[in-house]
Design a protein around this ligand. Structure first.
Ligand SMILES: [Zn+2]
Length: 313
């Protein structure tokens, strides 16, 4: 409010020919906007004409900012503030305040392909939710770089490999956030784990050695992984999707379930995660693949047809 009054005063008294932008710049001349690459995680209505944008920025970490006038038909932001898109944000940062001001957003990638398949869209939403809820407030380049790469690969990969890509991406973000499961040594005592089948204890956060696995209360709550399942899990977490290839329906469902249980236990500590829950529950069977009905995304007919052909329906 102070800002608006002061700008009006300046306009009336001294500088009638200066544009709104110049006045705004002059007012903030002692505090220039900060420019940083940013990914749009979420937007919501703030007032009749403005939106709040939640961004993961490379240089400033998680940022919430008001995009003034973003809901107006002739807004300078246009359609650039689409969720999952990235670009260069110009931000006026207010020290000690949660809500900053987005001055400009120059779009680099809109990622409209994500809206062409509900599985891609659900995967991207689950990634955005995890980052928004659990990324540190301070800058964390690894999370930024990984999120950008995973959103790009979800745009590119279609058909049967999408599920493998999606599970791998979510594990990748979980690890970037600092919650990597223990696969090399026993999650409970660090001992070596023999080749062959092993128990994965969600409660302990990884695989168990034969000694720990022998305890009866553990065996009931842990998932038994065959040697091939262990290798697949290792590859999914390391992002080696081509080593895993297309997962069978049963294996894919088991991997999704294990991942969600791990996240709920260690990352969200049993707090509800709507997007991840949706991601697990959508019909992943290829015959159900379909476009996302959306009014702010524009999947082309060709892209939808391509998706259907790629999934063999
Ligand atoms: Zn052990």
């Amino acid at each position: 409010m102070d800002v608006r009054c002061s700008m009006l005063d300046v306009r009336r008294s001294t500088a009638p020919r200066l544009s709104h932008h110049s006045l705004f710049s002059r007012y903030f001349s002692s505090m220039p906007p900060v420019s940083t690459p940013a990914i749009v995680l979420h937007t919501f209505k703030y007032s009749e004409s403005s939106k709040v944008v939640r961004l993961l920025t490379r240089d400033l970490g998680l940022v919430s900012a008001v995009a003034k006038g973003a809901s107006k038909p002739k807004s300078k932001f246009g359609a650039r503030l689409q969720v999952m898109s990235d670009g260069i944000a110009q931000l006026y940062m207010k020290h000690g305040r949660d809500l900053n001001t987005l001055a400009e957003f120059e779009s680099v990638r809109l990622r409209q392909e994500l809206a062409a398949d509900i599985r891609s869209y659900a995967s991207a939403s689950a990634l955005a939710e995890l980052v928004m809820r659990f990324a540190p407030a301070e800058p964390h380049e690894e999370t930024y770089v990984r999120l950008e790469a995973y959103l790009d690969s979800l745009c590119k990969v279609q058909g049967d490999l999408l599920e493998t890509t999606s599970i791998s991406a979510i594990w990748g973000i979980v690890c970037a956030l600092g919650f990597e499961p223990s696969l090399d040594g026993c999650a409970r005592d660090g001992r070596a784990i023999d080749d062959g089948p092993a128990l994965f204890s969600v409660a302990d956060g990884g695989l168990l050695c034969s000694s720990c696995a022998g305890q009866t209360e553990t065996a009931r709550s842990a998932a038994k992984l065959q040697h091939s399942d262990r290798l697949a899990l290792d590859s999914l977490i390391a992002g080696r999707c081509s080593d895993v290839g297309v997962l069978s329906e049963r294996h894919a469902a088991a991997h999704r379930r294990l991942l969600v249980r791990f996240v709920l236990r260690h990352v969200s500590e049993d707090r509800d995660l709507k997007a991840l829950d949706f991601w697990e529950s959508i019909p992943w069977g290829t015959s159900f693949a379909g476009a996302v009905p959306s009014d702010n995304a524009h999947p082309s007919e060709a892209a939808i047809e391509e998706t259907k052909r790629g999934t063999g329906s």
